[in-house]
Design a protein around this ligand. Structure first.
Ligand SMILES: CC(C)(COP(=O)(O)OP(=O)(O)OC[C@H]1O[C@@H](n2cnc3c(N)ncnc32)[C@H](O)[C@@H]1OP(=O)(O)O)[C@@H](O)C(=O)NCCC(=O)NCCS
Length: 156
């Protein structure tokens, strides 16, 4: 009997030594990737980073969450191209939502590009609702692209 691919994925806290592997995925995933400095600064200031790893501890995805004054914010969520479509992002999103609940956040917020249909489907499935548009939030080849601001209300 073979295991489901997502059963072979483990989600754990991001460590400084994961940053090179995280950065390699970031650079092939975004037109405007975060720099190494941004990842290191996020960890230094205490934001919560996660990585999804395959069997040999290979990093195949990561997420970054900040929590402050009752509000959690998903700052980044990304899966290596070869591992997409397997539910890996959903596993990391659950870890982030659980963390937000542990830290007594009332809501989880995130921005997403309107053109990012894979991400929008993922968040909709998990119950995120669109609450606003941030005009010109993202850089894009044609100038700027709006962001949709999505929120998941957490109840206690
Ligand atoms: C958005 C992202 C994190 C989703 O990760 P994932 O682990 O593939 O998520 P899922 O497995 O739940 O799949 C999400 C959707 O991607 C689509 N998908 C399926 N296989 C895919 C593949 N091989 N490649 C790309 N997308 C695929 C599916 O349509 C799926 O939606 P569905 O389940 O309603 O059909 C991932 O596509 C990614 O890293 N994209 C680049 C970074 C990014 O845009 N991050 C989000 C910023 S807000």
């Amino acid at each position: 009997m073979s295991a489901e691919p997502r059963q072979l994925i483990h989600v754990r806290s991001m460590r400084a030594r994961d940053v090179p592997a995280v950065l390699a995925i970031e650079q092939v995933s975004y037109g405007y990737p975060w720099s190494e400095r941004i990842f290191r600064d996020c960890l230094r200031v205490g934001y919560r980073g996660w990585v999804a790893t395959a069997l040999d501890d290979q990093v195949v995805g990561y997420g970054m969450l900040s929590v402050a004054v009752g509000e959690a914010h998903v700052l980044n969520l990304c899966v290596a191209p070869d591992f997409r479509g397997l539910g890996v992002a959903g596993l990391m999103l659950e870890a982030m939502i659980t963390q937000a609940e542990l830290e007594r956040a009332e809501s989880v917020l995130l921005e997403v590009r309107p053109s990012n249909s894979a991400a929008r489907r993922l968040y909709k499935r998990r119950g995120f609702k669109r609450i606003a548009t941030r005009p010109g939030y993202y850089p894009s080849p044609d100038g700027r692209e709006d962001a949709l601001l999505l929120a998941l209300e957490l109840d206690f």
